[in-house]
Ligand binder design. Structure first.
Ligand SMILES: [Cu+2]
Length: 658
């Protein structure tokens, strides 16, 4: 194997070099001491979230890394919960000033709950295993050995039920794991849902409505009896870069082929990209101030009384970054790889470093451009390359790979790879509309994966605006007598209410982020354009609980004016939140967004009705979006890319390509 690791970015003990660098282990520890000294850490207090409180943009851009002035405070934000009383608080502290800056006690009815804790996984199982009602429900199904039943703590949502709203609760579904290596997802115990109060540590309600047999067929794809013998016909593919990669990584600053960006990582959002700029005219031109996927909701479409509430917000409720995988060279990442570690914390606020969490490498990406000219005989082709920054996270049954690609021609692409194991149910029989039968008696309900990308744009500066571009054929008329006319219509989205938009595949709808200050040689604004995939938005009914809680997913695009407090599109506290937070609150003021500092919120992701081929482990499905420079450059910026090798030069027929 020729794959190699180029370098590690830094020693874990070194001091932060930049205000946007992720929080370090010693900062988490110092922060915990500050919280303890302020009396906020009793024995029963746990950290449901702990991460860097990024300084506001003006403090970064005006500081020593962007201009003049002092470096901003290093601050951390903690969501604390007392697991005996249930009281939760949102606390911001300054490591620099060694003090608590703010602390607010949450009101569960208005704010909902802090995210699921690590300990809740084991606790939920312990609680149902000890509950006589749940044991009786299992026994009725012939399941008397509860040690072989796995329980999932599933976020409860908010359905206006008084007995639920003031509690910190999860709903628990069960799966049989007959042996240590059995794949439990293959054996759902459908029809039983236990509602668990995590503070009282008891089952307060049982739903036991349906009696489908537990599907028996093994889903253990590691088991030779299930998968069969491994194929022997694949010959090696080796990727070599004998002179090393073309990027440099200095701490968290990554530079490649004119691109410059900073890499961050957060327990809630996972990978974050900062200060993305492109070299041109001897300087670095800003493109994006910050890009991340701060929310992801997975709503399931089976209306069964035991499962209608299944919709998981994997960032706001489960903290997708906390579940990042340690990536293996030669397995997860091929070629000349640089890794960055990520540090998150456990329930006790103790730092936990995930080695090799972020993978950085360069890839060949096929043809960049190519032409054989029929007149001058020039035959030229160039190879496209991309810089890949990625991480993988396992949230329960699913695994998500988050990939950001930067290309030689200025294109930026975000791709999410969805894999892992389907969430399963019993399959009642032919004609059942809400699931696919993927093994005998085993259903996989239809669902969506709706991601929200937060793109804090900065195209050639802070003064930006967003245009919606539609391309349409025009009707026959005096200007179009033969009916062949194709035209673009450009509509400026002037206010936040106007900028709640849906994709339109039949019009090739695009959204263009333009500089309102800089123009290109044609006098047109320099711009980057968002190309959406136009998959369905939220399919849950308007007026449903989920439509209130995931307003962000009811459009493909929102545009807001930058506000440092607007970070999460379903609100800061998502777990059991009744709705109305995030996007609807951010846009309530209907601010002017023409020529200001704008943030785009882009919803994307598949409506996933599973196939039998998605079982027992799902081949990667892809979704994402693309951002392309549009008049940002005055012409193709890759004419200077050299031919890939001597054989790519034909024998000088008509001189070099112009
Ligand atoms: Cu899916």
């Amino acid at each position: 194997m020729t794959d190699t690791t180029t370098r590690r970015a830094e020693a874990p003990g070194s001091l932060p070099a930049h205000p946007l660098d992720p929080a370090r282990p010693q900062e988490y520890l110092a922060g915990r001491e500050i919280l303890a000294a302020a009396g906020l850490l009793g024995d029963a207090v746990r950290f449901a979230y702990y991460g860097l409180e990024e300084p506001p943009k003006d403090a970064v851009l005006g500081g020593p890394h962007g201009g003049s002035g002092a470096a901003p405070d290093r601050r951390l934000r903690a969501f604390l919960i007392d697991v005996v009383t249930g009281e939760s608080a949102d606390v911001v502290l300054s490591v620099t000033q060694r003090k608590v800056i703010s602390s607010r006690t949450l009101d569960p009815l208005a704010d909902g709950q802090v995210p699921i804790l690590d300990q809740d996984f084991a606790l939920a199982e312990e609680i149902v295993h000890a509950d006589p009602g749940w044991r009786a429900a299992m026994a009725r199904r012939g399941l008397t050995d509860v040690t072989k039943i796995r329980a999932c703590p599933l976020t409860a949502g908010s359905y206006g039920v008084a007995a639920e709203q003031a509690r910190r609760m999860v709903r628990v579904l069960a799966f049989v794991q007959a042996s240590e290596h059995d794949l439990a997802w293959a054996h759902p115990v459908d029809g039983v849902a236990a509602y668990v109060d995590l503070i009282e540590r008891r089952v307060f309600k049982m739903i036991d409505e349906l009696d489908l047999p537990v599907p028996r067929e093994s889903g253990d794809y590691d088991d030779p009896a299930v998968r069969g013998p491994l194929r022997t016909t694949l010959r090696p593919i080796e990727i070599t870069q004998p002179e090393g990669p073309s990027f440099t990584l200095d701490g968290h600053l990554l530079e490649w082929q004119g691109w410059s960006l900073r890499i961050g990582f957060d327990a809630r959002e996972g990978l974050t990209l900062h200060q993305v700029t492109l070299a041109d005219d001897g300087g670095q031109r800003p493109v994006i101030y910050r890009a991340s996927i701060p929310e992801l909701v997975v709503p399931y479409g089976d209306p069964a009384p035991t499962r209608y509430w299944q919709n998981y917000f994997d960032c706001g409720e489960y903290l997708v970054g906390k579940w990042a995988n340690s990536l293996e060279l030669g397995c997860d990442c091929l070629g000349e790889i640089a890794y960055l570690d990520a540090t998150v914390t456990g329930d006790d606020g103790e730092p936990r470093t995930i080695g090799n969490a972020i993978c950085i490498h360069e890839e060949d990406s096929g043809i960049l451009w190519k032409h054989t000219d029929i007149f001058n005989g020039s035959a030229q082709s160039r190879r496209q390359r991309r810089l890949v920054i990625s991480f993988f996270s396992t949230v329960g049954n699913y695994d998500y790979g988050f990939y950001w690609y930067f290309y030689l021609d200025g294109t930026i692409e975000c791709e999410v790879k969805l894999t892992g194991v389907l969430f399963t149910s019993g399959y009642p029989g032919d004609g059942f509309r809400y699931a696919t039968e993927v093994a005998p008696g085993l259903g996989a309900p239809g669902h969506q994966h709706l991601f929200s990308a937060r793109l804090d744009m900065m195209v050639d500066g802070l003064a930006n605006a967003v245009d919606e571009i539609d391309t349409r054929g025009l009707p026959v008329g005096p200007d179009n007598p033969h009916g062949n006319a194709i035209a673009q219509t450009v509509t400026r989205l002037r206010t936040e209410s106007q900028a709640g938009r849906r994709a339109a595949a039949d019009r090739a709808r695009l959204w263009r982020v333009v500089s309102t200050e800089r123009t290109n040689r044609f006098g047109q604004p320099t711009a980057f354009t968002l190309y959406p995939e136009a998959a369905p938005i939220l399919l849950a009914a308007p007026g449903s609980s989920l439509a209130r809680r995931a307003v962000f997913a009811t459009n493909h695009l929102w545009v807001t004016r930058y506000d440092p407090a607007h970070r999460y599109p379903a609100g800061d506290f998502v777990n059991q939140h009744p709705g109305g937070a995030g996007i609807p609150a951010f846009t309530a003021g209907d601010r002017d967004i023409d020529g200001t500092d704008v943030v785009l919120w882009h919803t994307f992701g598949p409506a996933h009705f599973p196939r039998p081929e998605d079982w027992p482990v799902m081949p990667v499905a892809r979704c994402g979006f693309v951002l392309k420079p549009t008049g940002f450059f005055d012409r193709n910026p890759t004419l200077d890319v050299p031919p890939p090798g001597p054989r790519c030069h034909p024998a000088e027929p008509g001189g070099s390509a112009r």
